[in-house]
Design a protein around this ligand. Structure first.
Ligand code: KG4
Ligand code: ZN
Length: 356
């Protein structure tokens, strides 16, 4: 997505390096990105193992873990990039949406660093950051052709399922969102029902490899006439099936249940994004967020779309700070500078960004 920075002939190459900080959920992350595109370092300390015993993210545990992890994570990001703070141009930090207690930790680290170094502070939207994970690469890697506007974006993560129309860079219109569970949340909850490990997405994908997606016909909530999604009915249908099988004291056909559930989620996501792409005459489709790591979703989207489909590299689908630094670069170039008095925004719809 990021456009390469072009320079008039004879003008010295301008390099803008942004430090990104991310702590909206259960990943403590810091990264340094050059010109919104080349990753110089990308450090992620995941708390997933710690939350696995709760079957989901425990907010207070997350906040306290961010406090412990942030300093070493930032130090490592600077060391891996062989840079000191005075060689950077800005500090970008996730301002929301996310868990309030977790966001506050990252925000305060960012403010402290901005105050000590004099670097400008740029607060960014986590959902927008997911969109900018497409197009990032390790320094020196080949980059793909940037997506063409207008584009249709689908953000599918543990906290969000949003269909977005992007007329031009940094201009968003939210078309629809989930009315209940987010897609990733549905994966996590169904994994728990099936006795699979947290986070549920990768566990279900793995279990589904040996299963038949047609073994169970689970409902698809099309919510026709809207661009919204709903996954709670599907989750309840899986629960009912599990209870029915348990009553019969039959061993749970976990692979078939996982494959049938995954197929139901993917069919709706892909069906709706293709419909919306046609309706809005989009020239590219962009699917990002933790669930965009799902192989079945990636394949079905690629196979069915009539316009190019972009996904982040697998290792940038889940939360990271490189995407925060990337969108921070674009916002910084756009003139955004935040004061040291900004607050976090735990509920910050991407549609509100258009007015900035
Ligand atoms: O974007 P992300 O790291 O965090 C949020 O911003 O919420 O997304 C995490 C979510 C989790 O619900 C996880 O189960 C899901 O992404 N996920 C997947 C896969 N990998 C991660 N879902 C389906 N298939 C996957 N391979
Ligand atoms: Zn996320």
């Amino acid at each position: 997505m990021p456009k390469p920075v072009t320079h008039p002939p004879g003008v010295e190459h301008i390099t803008v390096r942004v430090l990104g900080l991310e702590s909206s959920c259960d990943e403590t992350a810091a990264a340094i990105v050059e010109n919104g595109q080349s990753i110089l370092s990308n450090v992620v300390a995941s708390q997933a193992d710690m939350h696995a015993k709760f079957g989901g993210v425990f907010p207070e545990v997350a906040s306290r873990q961010h406090i412990l992890a942030f300093t070493p994570v930032v130090q490592q990001a600077l060391a891996e990039a062989h840079l000191s703070l005075d060689e950077l141009d800005a500090i970008a930090v996730t301002r929301g949406p996310g868990l309030p207690g977790s966001l506050v930790i990252g925000m305060n680290i960012a403010k402290g660093m901005a105050m000590a170094s004099g670097l400008p502070l740029v607060g960014v939207n986590h959902l927008e950051a997911h969109l900018y994970s497409v197009g990032l690469s390790m320094s020196g890697d080949e980059t793909t052709k940037p997506p063409q506007y207008p584009l249709l974006g689908l953000i599918v993560s543990g906290g969000h399922t949003e269909l977005i129309f992007m007329q031009a860079p940094l201009k968003y219109r939210s078309l629809g969102a989930t009315l209940d569970d987010a897609a990733g949340e549905a994966f996590d909850k169904v994994a728990r029902l099936l006795g699979l490990a947290y986070p549920g997405g990768p566990s279900i994908q793995k279990a589904a490899e040996g299963g038949n997606p047609k073994a169970f016909h689970f409902p698809r909530a099309w919510l026709e006439g809207t661009w919204n999604f709903s996954f709670s009915g599907l989750k309840t249908a899986v629960l009912r099936e599990v209870r029915r099988l348990e009553k019969q004291t039959l061993p749970l056909p976990v692979a078939d249940l996982a494959a049938s559930f995954q197929d139901a989620v993917v069919e709706v996501l892909v069906g709706k994004i293709n419909l919306a792409a046609r309706r809005y005459k989009a020239r590219s489709i962009l699917i990002a967020g933790g669930v965009s790591a799902n192989q079945h979703l990636r394949q079905q989207a690629q196979n069915s779309a009539t316009i190019p489909v972009y996904n982040p590299p697998l290792w940038l689908c889940t939360d990271n700070a490189a995407m925060v630094a990337a969108v921070g670069y674009h916002r910084y170039q756009h003139g955004q500078r935040d004061g040291l008095d900004i607050d976090v925004q735990p509920n910050w719809p991407i549609s509100e960004l258009a007015s900035q």
